[in-house]
Design a protein around this ligand. Structure first.
Ligand SMILES: Cc1ncc(COP(=O)(O)O)c(C=O)c1O
Length: 408
């Protein structure tokens, strides 16, 4: 019925590549199998107690149950500005340069709705966190994907990045209006230092485009690495906004608390469009989030330490199982090259076989873009015992693949 009635927006959205893996995972679980799940960037830990206590205290008050403020209550916007001041020495105005969003993912969708004219071009690295490009496609824009290159330490190949970026500006008509960057990067874990942003900001001023920088994993770093903010660069606020989130640093993924800060014109646009789309987070969540940012920060250290231990156990035990992976300096992921014996499978088939043969779930690299197909993403969301169990399963599976190859 009504076959002639089309929904262009939905038709332009690709199918969710991870859905196939999810379905196999769910079916296996329903059949009673124990699947060790490294597939989603969904922190498994509990939100720190003092944040939960504040939520409960606030929810028990008479005046916190009405509609809230769509751009975030003043105290929360002030708290994110103070976080920037403490962490980066950056000054931001809570009224004109900060907005709280219902998670940063929502922020991308709304920001793109606010600032994209039909046919506008955004440059997004490939692979990427999928909403970085889909937000612009949903808003009627086009995305120019740019392969991301990095070395064995997961550091960005800055020269190649700018070579490709300049080529994109030469080749693209209309001229790109936005460039999205995300370091530490999901899914590759790739990092940059401040000098990268110095070059990017200078180029944005030269070519006249806006930069949208995602530092969701700003806090989740190891081995002395410190995530830079684009706003450490003088004049970056003229051309850039940056997003952050409480999801990872405070185990608050389900609470939906994100932020965009920086350029007044873009932040104003996001505030305005949000005033049409939503009424903001539930006030007690905003109050408790203020305490997360302003309160004791030992909890963040504990969360990082937990991921770091898991990273080290995973890399060592999987290496013993015959799967060598590079060590990330940041994020809650390992971007693992498919072992040689399985490299002919591609990331989707390899992920399926890992599920059915080794009972472990990972995200196929292809789900983040065509440049991700030689890799899978392993999220550090299972405990150390289960990581060791996964390594034992993988060892058997890789052995069986080797036997298959030698029998051919
Ligand atoms: C790079 C990146 N940005 C943003 C998000 C979304 O975070 P939020 O929970 O704030 O929507 C994620 C979630 O995995 C992410 O990996």
């Amino acid at each position: 019925m009504f076959d002639e009635i089309r929904f262009n927006t939905i038709e332009r959205l690709p199918n969710y590549v991870f859905a196939e893996i999810n379905e196999i995972k769910l079916n296996a679980r329903r059949a009673g199998e124990d699947i060790i799940d490294f597939s989603m960037g969904n922190p498994d830990g509990r939100t720190p107690q003092h944040i939960i206590d504040k939520l409960i205290e606030s929810v028990d008050k008479d005046k916190t149950h009405g509609y809230s403020v769509s751009k975030g209550i003043y105290k929360l916007r002030l708290a994110i500005c103070n976080w920037y001041k403490r962490k980066y020495g950056v000054d931001l105005d809570p009224d004109t340069q900060a907005v709280a969003t219902l998670g940063s993912k929502e922020g991308y969708v709304h920001l793109a709705q606010a600032i994209t004219n039909p046919g506008d071009v955004a440059i997004v690295p490939d692979p990427a966190y999928p909403i970085h490009s889909q937000a612009f496609i949903l808003a009627g824009g086009n995305v120019h994907k740019m392969g991301l290159d990095f070395d064995e330490n997961f550091e960005l190949d800055v020269e190649k990045f700018f070579f490709k970026l300049k080529k994109a500006f030469r080749d693209s008509a209309p001229k790109p209006k936005f460039v999205v960057v995300n370091f530490p990067h999901n899914p590759t874990t790739v990092t940059v230092d401040k000098s990268f942003y110095e070059r990017l900001v200078a180029y944005a001023k030269e070519e006249r485009f806006y930069i949208i920088s995602d530092i969701a994993y700003a806090d989740i770093t190891y081995d002395g690495y410190k995530t830079p903010s684009i706003f450490e660069v003088e004049g970056a606020k003229d051309v850039a906004v940056e997003s952050t989130t409480l999801s990872k640093s405070y185990n608050m993924a389900g609470w939906r608390v994100g932020f965009f800060v920086g350029n007044t014109k873009l932040i104003g646009a996001l505030q305005k469009i949000k005033s049409w789309f939503d009424y903001g987070m539930f006030t007690p969540i905003q109050v408790a989030s203020t305490v997360a940012l302003d309160g004791p920060q030992e909890c963040v250290g504990e969360i990082i330490e937990n991921y770091e231990k898991r990273r080290d156990v995973l890399i060592e035990s999987f290496k013993n199982a015959g799967w060598d992976m590079g060590k990330p300096k940041a994020t809650m992921f390992i971007w693992a090259k498919i072992p040689k014996v399985a490299s002919h499978l591609g990331s989707m088939e390899f992920s399926k076989q890992l599920l059915t043969e080794a009972k472990i779930a990972v995200s196929p690299g292809i789900g983040f873009g065509e440049h991700g197909d030689n890799y899978v993403r392993v999220a550090l969301i299972e405990n150390e015992n289960r990581i060791r169990q996964a390594a034992r399963n993988v060892k058997k599976y890789l052995k069986s693949l080797e036997n298959e190859v030698s029998c051919r």
